[in-house]
Design a protein. Sequence first.
Length: 258
Amino acid sequence: MSFFNSNRKVVLVVEYDGGRYYGFQWQPDVPTVQAELEGAINKLTGEQRRVIAASRTDAGVHARCQVVSFWTGSRLRPSILVKALNHYLPDDIAVKKACDVAETFDIRRGAASREYEYSILNCDARSPLDRGRKYLVVNELNIDMMNKVCDILKGQHDFASFCAAFFNGKSTVRTMNEARIDREGVDVVFRVNANSFLPHQVRNTIGLLIRVGLSRIGIDEFVRIMDAKKLGLAGPTAPAYALCLTKINYPTMLELTR
């Protein structure tokens, strides 16, 4: 009986601290999350395999629930794959779950939506314990006004103004399913759910929302910037370290990503 199946596709749910990485996607001569995952797979199976992510995070961005897939000839059970890969991964990356999927399953196109959170510390003094996780905004934010703008963001729009200026994709139209600001004491969190996101879209959006919350621009100005549909117009881009990919939603695989 053969111990290898070259047509086996495996999906992993991965958590990582993006602080020391130049984003998820592989780049030459710098540390990336993709390179670490592929290195761990190679050490475990002896195979050179490409890992595909459902959502490519930028440099410094964290993930609580990144979903990736890869092909393998290994017959190790999913539960053993989790333990074995974690043995080879650095402490700031961990595989949380694994499962086999159909050969036709597309990790990106199969995703119904992605969810991100941006964390803000809204108080007078910095917090050493929250360093690298929350963005300090000293002046008090107007949460009600920010949520009024969030309501404008919902639905299908051309989000070109919130996209990185270097974007050369075909379409900047995206569907925003949810956008809201929650406050608990000094902690403010921007939660957003969309079918997919443009490069720097979340960080440019929260950068402009903060300006609204500080009364530096009004709702009319926000709408004007949004309607201009000019790449890179919104901002300033908020720091990457306070952004976290929290969930990838699929019509199937619900148990895996829950």
